[in-house]
Ligand binder design. Structure first.
Ligand SMILES: O=P(O)(O)OC[C@H]1O[C@](O)(COP(=O)(O)O)[C@@H](O)[C@@H]1O
Ligand SMILES: [Mg+2]
Ligand SMILES: [Mg+2]
Length: 338
């Protein structure tokens, strides 16, 4: 249900403006920038809702810097975000899964300048088959003293000022944090705006459910294979498994119901498949703000010092006790303090 405050629904922009009032001297341009992200995701959502009626299915005919076949919707989503953020006036630098390099959008005064990085369309392999997909974004402050777009973006996840994702599922939801809890907004198709529906989400401490692509498990490091053997022997409770193949959809289920998602190193992707800057860091911020954990197995995701905007890392995220169960096997030395 949409949450009412003083008898009124709370829109995403209003919520951010109220949240920003806690920080002295904030210009309000932050919420203007965030409304740009919200606008782009409404555009992307309208493309997805009309898939099959309009030409969004299939390949774009190019490959991205990661060697992946790019889908038409990857590019449409990327363009929508670049266009709306371009008009916001306080986004200095952007970086995207679909662009080789981070790009200086405009010179803005340092005080109020942000970096926005995003995975414009997450779960690309599910686009043509009508399975939920998403958009993931993260926001950093633009460091003073210009050091060049490439260097400016290479900040550890702990420096994020905000992060979020949109899940284009049975309903369209936007999950967001700016460091004071994790909150969810649902797009009201009638009003065409995101309304607050869950505030201060707390991830369950444990749930008997894991999410991993087991087709590759024979190539996982031994620890992860031992965890999968252990989890299948549990009978009270018995664990079940779920895997959609869209990171945002698999993570959202865990945020609400608990459990653990992992994408270990594989023979195909010895560093792991998922990208630190615009997939793992934003979800880690959201998970931690909801009482969960996120690790690369040997260190907390948000402590990793990035070296490349498209770098990949092993990824374990979810409920506190579930993640600790995985780490007992996958990274024994890592249990305390993740
Ligand atoms: O098919 P696999 O190897 O299980 O990988 C699925 C994973 O890859 C991704 O599709 C990668 O993200 P993109 O679709 O944004 O490239 C994740 O959403 C998903 O969790
Ligand atoms: Mg992705
Ligand atoms: Mg993507």
């Amino acid at each position: 249900m949409a949450i009412k405050k003083d008898g009124d629904f709370v829109t995403f922009t209003q919520f951010i403006q109220d949240e920003q009032k806690k920080y002295p001297g904030v210009s309000g341009r932050f919420s203007w920038m965030m409304s740009g992200v919200a606008l782009a995701t409404r555009m992307i959502g309208s493309y997805i809702r009309r898939a099959g009626l309009i030409d969004v299915w299939g390949e774009h005919g190019t490959t991205n810097v990661q060697g992946e076949v790019v889908k038409k919707l990857d590019i449409m989503a990327n363009d929508a975000l670049k266009r709306t953020l371009g008009y916001r006036g306080n986004v200095g630098i952007i970086a995207s899964e679909e662009d080789n390099e981070p790009r200086v959008l405009q010179e803005v005064d340092e005080e109020d300048s942000y970096i926005v990085m995003f995975d414009p369309l997450d779960g690309s392999s599910n686009i043509d088959v009508n399975v939920s997909v998403g958009t993931i974004f993260t926001v950093f402050k633009n460091p003073p003293a210009v050091v060049g777009a490439e260097q400016s973006v290479l900040q550890p996840g702990a420096k994020q000022v905000a992060a979020g994702y949109v899940l284009y599922g049975s309903s369209t939801v936007l999950v967001y944090t700016a460091g004071s809890g994790t909150h969810m907004f649902t797009l009201d198709p009638q009003f065409g705006t995101y309304l607050l529906t869950r505030e201060n989400i707390q991830m369950p401490k444990h749930a008997p459910q894991y999410s991993v692509n087991e087709a590759y498990s024979h190539t996982f490091p031994e620890g992860y294979r031992r965890y999968l053997d252990w989890v299948k022997l549990q009978d009270s409770p018995i664990y079940s498994s779920r895997y959609v193949g869209s990171l945002v959809a698999d993570f959202h289920r865990i945020l609400i119901k608990g459990g653990v998602y992992m994408y270990p190193p594989t023979s195909n992707d010895p560093q792991g498949k998922l990208r630190l800057m615009y997939e793992c860091n934003p979800l880690a911020f959201i998970a931690e703000q909801a009482g969960g954990l996120a690790t690369a197995g040997d260190q907390r995701i948000m402590d990793i010092k990035p070296t490349d905007v498209h770098e990949r890392v092993p990824f374990i995220i979810g409920s506190q006790t579930n993640v600790e169960e995985v780490l007992r096997y996958a990274a024994p030395k890592q249990t305390a303090g993740v």
